[in-house]
Design a protein around this ligand. Structure first.
Ligand SMILES: Cc1cc2nc3c(=O)[nH]c(=O)nc-3n(C[C@H](O)[C@H](O)[C@H](O)COP(=O)(O)OP(=O)(O)OC[C@H]3O[C@@H](n4cnc5c(N)ncnc54)[C@H](O)[C@@H]3O)c2cc1C
Length: 292
């Protein structure tokens, strides 16, 4: 087991910060496979990994199990994600204290998505409406916790305008956010424009771009529809032409992500967060390419 270091400390080093995101599998049996994938990825030495947080009880337990095993067995720096969905303040307090007592010093604080079957987020009675409330709550309870917050280069889907979304980001940053990780995007200009807007608002936190390699056209269409990130026409058309050939799709997706990462780092991004879709091979290829 290694001591968990605040990501702000890792960011202070000169090289770009490289991190990989996992999501908990649907069943406890599948966790072993994910731990094996993390073991393979750990050989490429990502700076940290993060584990997403689901709303339901069993998903929530699996998120905690995955984080714990990656921290204690694989020996990685781990940032669990945490959302407001379905919990009162008391429950959120218990969960965050548990994370803290288990040694985590980083947490990604989110509002969470509307539950399936709902168009809008449902505030739990006695819970929080916005991620900024959760950030302030964690900061008050554990001032030394380093808190990641989400940013949306192409605007959060529910926000009426980019301006209002940036206002919300400013509130979240001022509440105690330590760094911003972005939603996935495929055109780097979207990221650099976003950085300019964020800086113009007086937000000076590091902004880590989130990159997802395309591994399947069907899957990426579903994901981009949900998060409303633009899939560029050139990329979509190249993928469509080889749709029946998974290796060719994968090659195009990895090449695109590698080119994005190279440019982001070259133009000064503090690091890259890889949405690895639980796949070790592509995560390793992207980390190795980013290190040059
Ligand atoms: C890096 C990253 C990791 C993620 N990990 C997870 C995960 O592990 N589990 C999961 O369920 N989901 C995850 N998500 C998805 C996230 O939960 C959704 O995008 C969710 O809809 C918004 O979460 P948020 O924390 O950005 O919310 P918020 O910052 O609360 O924003 C939500 C909406 O409310 C608006 N808003 C915020 N504050 C105010 C205010 N004070 N007044 C008016 N409007 C306001 C914003 O403009 C936005 O439209 C992740 C997203 C990202 C980018």
């Amino acid at each position: 087991m290694i001591d968990q270091q605040p990501i702000t400390q890792l960011l202070a080093r000169s090289q770009p910060l490289l991190s990989v995101e996992f999501y908990p599998p649907k069943t406890a049996e599948a966790v072993d496979g994910l731990v094996r994938a993390a073991n393979r990825i750990s050989e490429s030495k990502p700076d940290f990994i993060s584990v997403t947080y689901g709303a339901g009880g069993s998903t929530r337990d699996l998120s905690a199990t995955v984080s714990r095993r990656m921290k204690d067995e694989v020996g990685l720096q781990v940032m669990p994600h945490f959302t407001c969905v379905g919990s009162t303040r008391e429950e959120l307090g218990e969960i965050v204290d548990e994370f803290y007592n288990e040694g985590y010093r980083n947490i990604m604080a989110l509002r969470g998505d509307p539950p399936q079957g709902h168009d809008t987020f449902q505030v739990t009675e006695g819970g929080f409406a916005y991620a900024s409330d959760l950030v302030a709550f964690i900061k008050e309870r554990h001032p030394d916790m380093c808190i990641g917050i989400a940013g949306y280069p192409e605007k959060h889907p529910e926000a009426p305008s980019l301006n209002s979304d940036l206002d919300a980001l400013k509130i979240k940053a001022d509440a105690g956010g330590s760094f911003i990780t972005t939603q996935l995007f495929f055109e780097n200009d979207a990221y650099f424009r976003f950085v300019d807007h964020v800086r113009a608002r007086g937000i000076h936190l590091p902004i880590i771009p989130g990159i997802m390699p395309v591994l399947s056209l069907k899957q990426i269409k579903r994901i981009t529809q949900l998060c409303q990130s633009q899939l560029p026409k050139t990329l979509e058309s190249a993928l469509s032409q080889v749709e029946e050939d998974p290796d060719a799709v994968r090659r195009i997706g990895i090449d695109w992500a590698q080119r994005q990462i190279a440019e982001l780092i070259e133009r000064g991004a503090e690091g890259v967060h890889i949405y690895a879709l639980n796949k070790a091979k592509s995560a390793i290829e992207l980390i190795n390419a980013a290190r040059g």
